[in-house]
Design a protein around this ligand. Sequence first.
Ligand SMILES: *Cc1c(COP(=O)(O)O)cnc(C)c1O
Length: 391
Amino acid sequence: MAQPSIITNTTIRSSPALHRSWVEVSGRQIAENFREVRRVAGDGVELMPVVKADAYRHGAVAVSRVLEEEGARWLAVSNADEGILLREAGCRAHILVMADFLPFERAALAEHHLTPVIHDIGDIADWAAIAQRFGRTLPFHLKVDSGMGRLGTRANASAIAEALDAAGPAVQLEGLMTHFASASDFDSPQTGEQCAYFRTLANDLASRGWKPKYLHMASTNPVGYAMRDSFCDLVRPGHAIYGYVSPARGATAPQLELRVKPALTWKAAVLGVKDVEANARIGYGGMHVTRGPSRIAILAAGYADGIPHRLGARGRVIVRGTYAPIVGAVSMDLTTIDITNCPPVGVGDSVILLGSEGDASIDAQQMARLAGTISYNVLCGIHARVKRVHV
Ligand SMILES: *Cc1c(COP(=O)(O)O)cnc(C)c1O
């Protein structure tokens, strides 16, 4: 059997694997991204970085520490458990719990000094009852559905004011917020309509004597494209902290203002290398058939680690600064790549699933496009069993 020809004239050395599969998260890059968000947000706008879903799988505790050191006074999570985890790790910032006001967790929110988002005005009285039980004033933010059609009250200002008046001083309306459905689509009128709805409601509430400290609407995309009208008192960047802004759509799309970079590199170990002849079948379903003599590497990561199954026969990884295609199906714990044209690697070396090396680079948006999903899904899909190393 003919040996595959191997490129050996590369300057990038193979690096040994530390685990089967792991991510390296750069605290310095997280800090730089946070500072960049602060620059674009400008003076007088509070920042509330979003560390839900374990900081988009970057590790909520470590990321929150970096952000607090950078001066973040607010953090946002999705549910009570995520907030409690941060409190137990010693996090002192205000923590907004954005998508959880389930009856069985309300007392825990108060106990751990977490600030809930209430999205149904009928629940304000219940928060007031909990406040009385705890013997202190409990703040909350009220979420308005300005057109997203998901969580948030559709009540008008008079109904909201009535519920607030009825709840009395035990609770404090600290924030009024909404969330955009189409912030990166500049052909859509939806963002403008949502802004207008929210501002009108806020003004109506103000005229009834309810002026919360924070009005907030913007997540990453409005910050990324410097849509200052939406910044109000506070912005809630998630994706940007991790180095991403969604690409803008539409003829009138403004320039991208925010310069952030991915903070995470995802690696996997080479578990095996084999030389196969032409016409060899690789993996489940015999999906891949080699054209000529080929060198195949088997990686110690699969869809159970978060490599999208859809990347079978579509995706690629980086081997010593060169791209190697994924061949055959992505299996649960293993992925096969063709390294015939790559510099040599052996068992125990590592390859890059997400990240950069030499001139080669793969980010979550590129992986998502190939897998027919979104970058958020790729990041959040990195499984908990993938080790995390903070560098
Ligand atoms: C997740 C989330 C954010 C952050 O969104 P990014 O696009 O990641 O910046 C902000 N606000 C709310 C309500 C969210 O659920």
